[in-house]
Design a protein around this ligand. Structure first.
Ligand SMILES: [Zn+2]
Length: 139
């Protein structure tokens, strides 16, 4: 038993039929050739001396198979790209949260100095910032 013919690759017709052509009819050399023909658009496959060979030729589509393999490759690459983008999005989000924490530290340090009403030196600012960053890092 052999496979059924696949749908037509040109129009999608789902009921291709087997057609026959007898070569040298009514002679000792008579041979029957078979092919698959789409009954919707009349596309015809390669001829073969057997029905199963004709079906195999109709069903063998190296271009279609290569295209499917290419599409699968692109889908997998797309999935890998999406995973990478999501991973990078998480990294960027974590960095954004860290920057927000550091801005809060700087804002807190600024508030400390402005409450005192004095004009702090750079060393004072740096030491307070370092203390707050260390305090934040250790929590
Ligand atoms: Zn067709």
């Amino acid at each position: 038993m052999f496979d059924d013919p696949k749908p037509c690759p040109f129009c999608g017709g789902k009921a291709p039929i087997i057609v026959k052509d007898v070569q040298y009819p009514n002679t000792p050399n008579a041979r029957t050739w078979y092919a698959i023909e789409c009954n919707a658009c009349d596309a015809i496959g390669d001829w073969d001396l057997g029905e199963s060979g004709a079906i195999e030729k109709w069903n063998t589509r190296p271009g279609e198979n290569a295209l499917r393999a290419e599409i699968i490759k692109w889908i997998e690459a797309g999935n890998a790209g999406t995973a990478l983008i999501n991973e990078q999005r998480s990294v960027i989000q974590a960095q954004g949260e860290r920057i927000e924490q550091l801005l809060n530290i700087i804002q807190a340090a600024h508030n400390t100095f402005t409450q005192g009403g004095t004009d702090p030196s750079d060393d004072d600012v740096i030491s307070v910032l370092m203390a707050k960053i260390l305090e934040e890092a250790l929590t």
